[in-house]
Design a protein around this ligand. Sequence first.
Ligand SMILES: [Zn+2]
Length: 203
Amino acid sequence: MGYLSPLLAARNMKETIEFYTKSLGFKMGMAFPDANNPEYVDLAKDGMVLMFIPAKDHGISREEKLGIGVYLYLQIDGDIDEYYQELKKKGVKIAVDIKDEPYGVRDFTVEDIDGYKLAFNQVTAKNCLSCGMPMTKLEDFGGGNSANIYCVNCANPNGSLKSYEEVSEGMANFMMKIQNMDKETAEKAAKEYMAKMPAWERK
Ligand SMILES: [Zn+2]
């Protein structure tokens, strides 16, 4: 797997460091040549690293506005609501308030001092323990019960898990249709996929 490292130009390195560490709770990593007069600094949260360089040293004039069109989507480790409250308490300006997205993510957006937008988020969707499908709406859950650990495709109308044969057959049919597989390949792929799912791993 590759690794993406965003490098952002900052108007004022010291203010940037202060904003990210004091207001957003980032940890300071490497500063070059030193933290008092940095020409480079990296700031990290939950293993996500943002690198900063001074805008003036890189041909970006005062008139140019930074941050336009740049959205960074940061999936944090801790509880998104707790982090949101913590930032509000520190007086951080929230650009877009916290909300649940239709694709199973809860997020809010902050603008840093140069206008870079940081969308902090957390995946909230539950995944079916039989097929892995994200369940976000009530009708996605087996038996229409949001406490069910199985989705509507893997559960009987009363919410109980269908048999291994029923689920693997349904999954194979789905793969044949979506991925254009022949029956034999799809059946094999469905069984291989299911072997990794919590509901079937001992099958
Ligand atoms: Zn399922």
